[in-house]
Design a protein around this ligand. Structure first.
Ligand SMILES: [Zn+2]
Length: 139
């Protein structure tokens, strides 16, 4: 099983175990450079203005243990609970993941077929990333 498939399965497993029976729920999974897989989900909050992305928990854990992230996926349960769709990382998560370089792989859905997905690098996802004006390095 390739890394992307393992990550999607890990994120879907977290959704199934943490939110059984819920129609709409999501989770993320990340792979680190040593092969470790981390999963996380967004905590529920009262005020939507303070919501976090599903990726944040895994990203913070990777940083805590000092291991680079090499791949990331985010999934949501869809189709009335019959399957999962892959969500591209939002712009903020793209910025967070970019700390680990343009080679980080992320899952993206196929257009008009969100149950189908593929892995692309951040460099492919955002070829005009703002810091490329500085030779690809952040300020
Ligand atoms: Zn995000």
């Amino acid at each position: 099983m390739d890394l992307g498939t393992r990550l999607v399965a890990a994120a879907a497993d977290l959704v199934d175990s943490r939110f059984p029976g819920r129609d709409w729920a999501g989770a993320a999974a990340m792979a680190l450079d040593d092969g470790t897989l981390l999963t996380s989900t967004a905590p529920e909050v009262v005020n939507p203005a303070v919501e976090l992305c599903h990726e944040v928990g895994a990203l913070c854990e990777a940083y805590r243990i000092g291991r680079p992230v090499v791949a990331s996926v985010c999934v949501v349960r869809a189709d009335q609970g019959r399957g999962f769709w892959v969500l591209s990382p939002c712009g903020v998560c793209q910025e967070r993941l970019r700390f680990y370089g343009p080679g980080v792989e992320v899952a993206v859905p196929e257009a008009n077929a969100p149950a189908l997905w593929r892995m692309v690098t951040l460099g492919e996802l955002q070829p005009h990333w703002w810091a490329t004006v500085f030779d690809g390095e952040p300020i």
